[in-house]
Design a protein around this ligand. Structure first.
Ligand SMILES: C[S@@+](CC[C@H](N)C(=O)[O-])C[C@H]1O[C@@H](n2cnc3c(N)ncnc32)[C@H](O)[C@@H]1O
Length: 308
C-alpha cells in the first residue's frame, strides 16, 4: 500500500485486510444471508463477481453452460486492445519503459499488457480485496470467485488459467495498492499508461489525469476510456467532467469537456503536456450485476501522447 491518508484507508478496509478468504461455499452463503444486502461482506462479493467475471470469465469452462442468452465476458480486454490499436502502442513506439495500468481491478489487463508489450507492468487499484485476487491468479494460475446468480445467492467458480500467460510474463507483473490521484512514482517513468473505466470512479478526476500525465515519459502514450458514469458516492459533483451544468455552452457534455481539457487553448483548466492522437467514441463495455442483469456502457476512448 502506497497511499496518502494511509490511516483512513486501513481503517476503512481493515475487515478485508484481515479477512479469511477460504470459507467453504455453504459457510460463505450463510455469512451472506446473515450480513444481508448492503453489508460490506455482500458489497465485496458483488464487486468481485462483476470484475472477476469480465476479466477471467472467458477462461471459465462453466460459462458456456449457462443456457441463458447472457452477454459474454471479456469486454475489458476487447476495450484494452481497441485502445492499444488506437494509440499504436507497439513496443518500438513506447520505448523500453514500464507500463502503468490504473484501476486494474482483477488484473487481467495488466497481464495482457505485459504479454503484449513484454516489459514490467504495474497494476494499481485501491481495492485491496480484488488486488489480492489478482495477485493470487498471477502466482497460482487458478481463479476462484463468488459469481452472483441472483439476490445474495452466489455460485463459487473455480478454474485453472494455467498456460494463459507465460511464467516470464507473470514475472513482469505486479499489483500495488495505490491511489490514482496521488501516484507514488516520480515524473516521466512510464512508456504507456492505461486508465480503463477508472476516471468516473475517483474522487478527483482532474487530479487523476494530471497524475497520469506527470508520470508519463516524453513521447509516452496513454489510453483513456470512460463511460462518464458519474455518481456522487465516488466523485463530488464539482469534480465530474460533464454530467452537470446543462445551461453552459457545452450543455453538460462530458466528452466535449474532456477534449477541451486535453487540448491546448481549449479550457481554462487545460491539462498541459499531452495531445490527442486518436479517438473512438463508443466502444462497448459491460458490468454484469447478476444472471439476469448486465449494464451495457459505451465508452469514450481517447489515445494520448505526451509532448516531449
Ligand atoms: C469500474 S472499475 C474498472 C476496473 C477495470 N479497469 C475494468 O475496466 O474492468 C474501477 C476501478 O477503479 C478502482 N479505483 C477507484 N478509485 C481509485 C483510486 N483513487 N485509485 C486507484 N483505483 C481506484 C476501483 O477499485 C475499481 O477497481
Amino acid at each position: 500500500m502506497i497511499v496518502p491518508r494511509l490511516r483512513e484507508l486501513v481503517a476503512a478496509w481493515i475487515d478485508r485486510i484481515r479477512a479469511r478468504h477460504s470459507f467453504s461455499e455453504p459457510i460463505e452463503s450463510l455469512l451472506r444471508d446473515c450480513c444481508g444486502p448492503g453489508s460490506s461482506f455482500h458489497d465485496e462479493h458483488q464487486r468481485l463477481s462483476g470484475s472477476m467475471w469480465d476479466h477471467w470469465g472467458d477462461c471459465d469452462p462453466a460459462e458456456d453452460q449457462d443456457g441463458l442468452l447472457a452477454p459474454r465476458p471479456g469486454a475489458v480486454v476487447r476495450l484494452l486492445h481497441a485502445g492499444l490499436t488506437a494509440a499504436d502502442a507497439s513496443s518500438p513506439a513506447i520505448g523500453q519503459r514500464p507500463i502503468l495500468d490504473i484501476g486494474c481491478a482483477a488484473g487481467r489487463t495488466t497481464l495482457e499488457l505485459a504479454a503484449h508489450l513484454d516489459r514490467p507492468t504495474v497494476g494499481i487499484d485501491l481495492d485491496i480485496s480484488i488486488l489480492q485476487h489478482a495477485r493470487a491468479i498471477r502466482d497460482s494460475e487458478e481463479v476462484s470467485y463468488p459469481r452472483r446468480r441472483i439476490g445474495i445467492v452466489y455460485d463459487r467458480r473455480s478454474f485453472s488459467v494455467r498456460g494463459s500467460y507465460a511464467a516470464e510474463t507473470r514475472g513482469l507483473v505486479d499489483y500495488w495498492c495505490c491511489d490514482a490521484t496521488a501516484l507514488p512514482f516520480r515524473e516521466s517513468v512510464f512508456g504507456l499508461a492505461v486508465s480503463l473505466n477508472n476516471l468516473d470512479c475517483v474522487a478527483a478526476p482532474l487530479t487523476a489525469l494530471q497524475e497520469m500525465i506527470r508520470t508519463l515519459a516524453p513521447a509516452g502514450k496513454a489510453v483513456l476510456a470512460t463511460p462518464y458514469d458519474w455518481s456522487s458516492t465516488a466523485t463530488p459533483v464539482e469534480g465530474w467532467i460533464g454530467g452537470h451544468s446543462q445551461r453552459s455552452e457545452l450543455r453538460g457534455a462530458g466528452d466535449r469537456l474532456l477534449r477541451e481539457l486535453l487540448q491546448r487553448g481549449g479550457h481554462s483548466s487545460v491539462l498541459e503536456g499531452v495531445r490527442i492522437i486518436a479517438e473512438r467514441p463508443a466502444i462497448p463495455w459491460h458490468v454484469r450485476l447478476h444472471e439476469r442483469s448486465t449494464v451495457q456502457y459505451l465508452c469514450d476512448l481517447i489515445a494520448l501522447e505526451k509532448i516531449g
